[in-house]
Design a protein around this ligand. Structure first.
Ligand code: HEM
Length: 392
């Protein structure tokens, strides 16, 4: 089924689900025109999404011609945007740091940071949970893991916010990438002179399959940005869903063992990554009864495919006991999210500790008035004002 739809209205930003449900009903794949009049194909059903993500003939390369030089360097050398054999080589270099076992070793440190941040909620009449917990937790963890000194992290939130908006044509984005690259070049020089025991130190010390300077910068930018811009929304969206489904929140309070399953259900119903699965066809592919020619851009709406009623019974119901592991919020196939074990652990600790220490947490604003971040890539709240009264 081919349809021309516009996905850039304020109404869509406020609540994309009615429009996505309409698209799913009319077919698995749709012809869409972006705000900048660029045509692409949007996949809205789960089966076809898996098919696209599992198909090695689709490429991740993005056209970079005409973009500022620093931005070209970061995009053309980036793990997320490369195909084999470079993708395989780059992924192998970092994957050892993100195995479930290595990430589990971080548990005590993540709990410590979470508890310190949660101390800050006590006694405050109203706090923005994004500022107080959802942003600083994954941000501190990824900075520590990479080895970004604490005193030098001040500019990162602004840079990564600009980068995640994803408008490659914008001067702000090019400037943010230039400044961040410049900072990283200086940091690498210092780490080369004085080796450090962290992930960037380890990448700088690699022999043989070594990364060149552009690849190093690109990897650091990707890990920094992907390492927190998504998880901030996982934590924020989890609190939001629990406030909208109070009986499920009560279940979690009674049985904290359900928290990991609840995090999976948050990923399914309100996954942080709305459409970040970009691919380009290198040969014609057939999805349902639509054939997409070679050389076309394909995007998967993860928000949509995770609510496909052909895959999930009652898809608009938040039900932590569903626990069937079928969501595609971390992608699928060779580009499956490298940080999934870290994101899961951070989400589980953040929500588990938050409910244990502040079981009476509640929204300070009606949920209808909460604002969602602009742009099609990320699905998360700009702010999450809450009140807590119990003392830890
Ligand atoms: C890839 C989502 C957290 C690092 C991906 C992809 C998705 C995703 C959908 C695949 C994109 C595609 O196939 O085109 C998420 C979500 C997260 C999260 C929803 C949080 C809830 C993290 C964290 C890190 C991370 C914490 C790093 C520490 C990466 C990297 C890739 C990736 C490096 C590229 C993998 C590759 O191309 O081989 N992520 N991510 N992510 N993610 Fe995540």
């Amino acid at each position: 089924m081919v349809a021309v739809v516009a996905l850039f209205s304020d109404e869509y930003q406020a609540d994309p689900h009615p429009a996505l449900a309409g698209l799913r009903r009319s077919g698995p794949v749709h012809r869409v025109v972006s705000a900048a009049d660029v045509p692409f194909w949007l996949v809205t059903r789960w089966t076809e999404a898996r098919q696209v993500l599992a198909d090695p003939s689709l490429s991740k390369r993005q056209p970079v011609d005409g973009l500022p030089q620093e931005l070209q360097a970061v995009l053309s050398t980036q793990l997320l945007l490369r195909d084999p054999p470079d993708h395989t080589r780059l992924r192998r270099l970092v994957s050892g740091a993100f195995t479930p076992r290595r990430i589990e070793d971080l548990r005590p440190r993540i709990e410590q940071i979470t508890d310190r941040l949660l101390d800050g909620l006590s006694g405050a009449p109203e706090v923005d949970l994004i500022d107080a917990l959802a942003f600083p937790l994954p941000f501190e963890v990824i900075c520590e893991l990479l080895g970004i000194p604490a005193a030098e992290r001040g500019s990162f939130r602004g840079w990564s916010n600009t980068i995640i908006l994803g408008d490659f044509g914008s001067a702000d984005l090019a400037e943010a990438v230039r400044e961040l690259s410049q900072y990283l070049r200086g940091l690498f020089a210092r780490k080369r002179a004085q080796p450090t025991d962290d992930l960037l130190g380890a990448l700088l010390a690699v022999d043989g399959d070594r990364l060149d300077e552009d690849e190093l910068i690109s990897m650091a930018v990707l890990l920094l940005v992907a390492g927190h811009e998504t998880t901030v929304n996982l934590i924020g969206n989890a609190v939001y869903l629990l406030e909208r489904w109070p009986e499920q929140k009560r279940r979690l309070l009674d049985d904290p063992g359900l928290v990991p399953a609840a995090i999976e259900e948050v990923l399914r119903m309100a996954g942080p990554s709305a459409m970040s699965t970009y691919r380009v066809t290198t040969r014609p592919i057939t999805l349902g009864d639509t054939t997409i020619p070679a050389g076309e851009q394909v995007l998967i709406s993860l928000l949509s495919v995770n609510r496909d009623d052909e895959r999930f019974a009652d898809p608009d119901t938040f039900d932590p006991s569903r626990d069937d592991g079928g969501h595609l919020s971390f992608g699928h196939g060779s580009h499956f999210c490298l940080g999934a074990p870290l994101a899961r652990l951070e989400g589980q600790i953040a929500i588990g500790r938050l409910l244990a220490r502040y079981p009476d947490i509640r929204l300070a604003t009606p949920w209808q008035e909460l604002r969602w971040r602009p742009g099609l890539l990320m699905h998360g709240l700009t702010a999450l004002p809450v009140r807590v009264t119990s003392r830890p």
